[in-house]
Design a binder for this molecule. Structure first.
Ligand code: GLC
Length: 535
């Protein structure tokens, strides 16, 4: 049955996330820009990815580095102009790739003209575009809701004598999505970009968009520990993931459906069962609610196998799976699992069912870079300095070559570059047939050409204290066995099943490629193999 499926582009590809500020600087101001990205498209084409997601590029005071937008239909001068954007879009399309933009509907910048109007007086027509409330009866904030970035979620406005709500920075006031004018305006912004030919959106903090109509207090989190972000002191059951948010998601999806083959991806950090609801009961929600399991699952075979099974088991009929290995908010995979396991992690990401999202730089094993305290930029790090929560370490400039500033810029970069860049960079890894980069490329190629690896069934074979193994197959077509040794010790994959004999198609130790396997397969520590099974 799966054989006859003709997947759409977003069901059959690999998404690559670019953090534009850190990818490539073209005008030597130390900040990445659109022209820089254009100059690197050849590389992305060579790598074989088919969709690029850009973190926000709109005008912004950059309090949260672009996630605080002051104009939704223009380009920030740091990144270039609308003409640069149009060039980028057409160049991406010319190369047969797609472009996905970041859409940040939950909040704007406090410098957005809408908010300036909203805060100008209580009877301003835009007052209700944001979330304003009177102080609590005894004084103080209207309720106990907290900001993700630390402190109360409410900010006092002296001028109009009310508080406004901000789930993130106080410079990021939350829009009131219960207001129909807000909805229509935001949908028209989607249309503006869709009309230009943008292929889809990654929707920022989708589960935050609607809040409890009664503004009830959030309950205390009994599992809170001192090292956790202060936001986790409460369970955000009234400030996020409200049932009515789905109506908004469905409406948003209908806007995308006015255009052919566009994709809507939702950024949603929720337990799996809740996440699945965002697909919509008729697959009328997000095409891809981001699956973040691999960002946090302990790197242990049994736990990873359980996470995969939990996800596969919870997917609604027709819901398309996806897997994320890194993003601009979380520690990098190489740092999390160690450089020895980086190749195994690549093999896992690119052999699971559904669409993988790859974070820029992970393909060369970029690590979290320690940033001295006096250079920290990220507001999350600055606001909770004793908790080591800065996201700067995973946002450092791309390491292209061994030249000045890793080929990123001729000026001092906005964030320091990993000191290992002369040894670890794209140029060097390109030239090394056995590099992580070339492994990524090989895996991407194999996956793109083999529907079994993309849409084929996932069947777990075994998970023990060292390794995980599974089959990907389309009956009557190709079958692959993937064995991943997550430990540093040798591993012996034993099977008596004749059906598991085949030929190693890709190995993290390339000298094993082409080997015929039958019976026991001996793997080195940190080794993974993709075996093409005999029929
Ligand atoms: C999302 C973004 C993050 C940003 C936050 C507020 O989680 O990924 O970078 O800080 O939303 O917009």
């Amino acid at each position: 049955m799966l054989k006859n499926i003709n997947p759409l582009w977003w069901q059959n590809g690999i998404i690559y996330q670019i953090y534009p500020r850190s990818y490539q600087d073209s005008n030597n101001d130390g900040l990445g820009d659109l022209q820089g990205i254009i100059s690197r498209l050849e590389y992305l084409h060579w790598l074989g990815i088919n969709a690029i997601w850009l973190s926000p590029i709109y005008p912004s005071p950059m309090k949260d580095f672009g996630y605080d937008i002051s104009n939704y239909t223009d380009i920030d001068p740091v990144f270039g102009t609308m003409a640069n954007f149009d060039l980028l879009l057409s160049a991406v399309h010319r190369m047969g790739m797609k472009l996905i933009l970041d859409f940040v509907p939950n909040h704007t910048s406090d410098q957005h003209p809408w908010f300036l109007e909203s805060r100008s007086s209580r009877d301003n027509p835009k007052r209700d575009w944001y979330i304003w409330n009177d102080p609590a009866p005894g004084g103080g904030p209207p309720n106990n809701w907290l900001s993700v970035f630390g402190g109360s979620g409410w900010e006092w406005d002296e001028h109009t004598g009310q508080y406004y709500y901000h789930g993130f920075l106080k410079e990021q006031p939350d829009l009131n999505w219960r207001n129909p004018e807000v909805q229509e305006t935001m949908f028209n912004i989607l249309r503006f970009w869709l009309d230009k030919g943008v292929d889809g959106f990654r929707v920022d903090v989708m589960w935050h968009m609607i809040k409890d109509a009664q503004f009830r207090d959030n309950p205390i989190n009994p599992g809170y520990r001192a090292e956790m972000p202060t936001y986790d002191q409460l369970l955000p059951v009234y400030s996020t993931d409200q049932p009515e948010v789905l109506d908004i998601v469905f409406k948003m999806r209908r806007v995308l459906d006015e255009y052919p083959e566009r994709v809507m991806i939702g950024e949603i950090y929720l337990p799996i069962q809740r996440l699945m609801i965002y697909y919509g009961d008729k697959n009328n929600g997000a095409h891809l609610p981001f699956n973040f399991l691999l960002l946090s699952v302990p790197w242990e075979p049994v736990k990873i196998a359980a996470a995969i099974a939990e996800y596969e088991g919870a997917l609604p009929p027709g819901g398309w799976p996806n897997w994320v290995m890194g993003n601009h908010d979380r520690p990098r995979i190489s740092t999390r699992v160690g450089s020895g396991q980086a190749k195994v992690a690549a093999m896992l990401l690119l052999t699971l069912r559904g669409i993988p999202t790859l974070y820029y730089g992970d393909e060369i094993g970029m690590r979290d870079v320690p940033i001295p305290f006096d250079e920290v930029q990220d507001p999350q790090g600055l606001n909770m300095p004793d908790k080591n929560l800065s996201r700067d370490p995973c946002r450092t400039p791309m390491q292209w070559n061994a030249e000045m500033n890793a080929g990123f810029s001729e000026s001092k970069p906005w964030l320091r570059i990993d000191k290992n860049y002369t040894l670890n960079n794209v140029d060097r890894q390109k030239a090394d047939h056995y590099s992580l980069l070339n492994l990524y490329r090989k895996l991407i190629r194999l996956r793109t050409g083999e529907p079994a690896l993309n849409i084929g069934r996932y069947i777990q074979v075994c998970a023990d204290d060292q390794a995980i193994s599974y089959i990907r197959e389309i009956e009557g077509s190709s079958r692959f066995l993937v064995v991943l040794n997550l430990s540093h010790r040798p591993y012996y994959f034993k099977t008596t099943q004749k059906t598991l004999s085949g030929r190693i198609e890709i190995s993290t130790l390339p000298e094993m490629e082409g080997m015929i396997t039958q019976g026991t397969i001996e793997l080195d520590g940190d080794q993974g193999v993709v075996i093409r099974l005999d029929q």
